[in-house]
Design a protein around this ligand. Sequence first.
Ligand code: FES
Ligand code: FES
Length: 175
Amino acid sequence: MPGIEPPVLAEVRLRINGIDHELTIDTRISLLDLLREHLDLTGAKKGCDHGQCGACTILIDGRRANGCLALAVAHDGAEIVSIEGLAEGEELHPLQRAFIEHDAFQCGYCTPGQLCSAAAMLAEVREGWPSAVTPAGDGGVELSDAEIRERMNGNLCRCGAYANIVPAIAEAAHP
Ligand code: FES
Ligand code: FES
């Protein structure tokens, strides 16, 4: 059609949940849409598509990120983990077990993002990253409920399951 430019395509290589992919993508596509619309990995959810709810949280090279804000073309060569890749085969991730034991979800829409975010958050704590509520000093991070709430505040739960999400994460951190 006159006046409409065709999409710009790019080749990218991504390792997604342990599987290598060589993909030709539209340079405008987000990692979230690539996973959901092209690779049938619909675990990461689209709540807002604006970086505000955390439902799309995935791990990019081990760090949590909003898949809706991450352009796939900008992550050529990256290792991506979505909720489908969090378990070890049939063995659930400790956070998944804790969420089930603590009934830490209702509709479950936010849960894949909560789990991916919490997995990376616990790694950040192990590495000693402070948060806005970490007391000053070099005494390390004590993962209090306040720390969990602060560190998970990018993941909203419309069902308000926070009262069970926090103890589930605390248990996974201190089994
Ligand atoms: S869908 Fe990405 S932050 Fe809401
Ligand atoms: S369990 Fe429904 S949005 Fe969190």
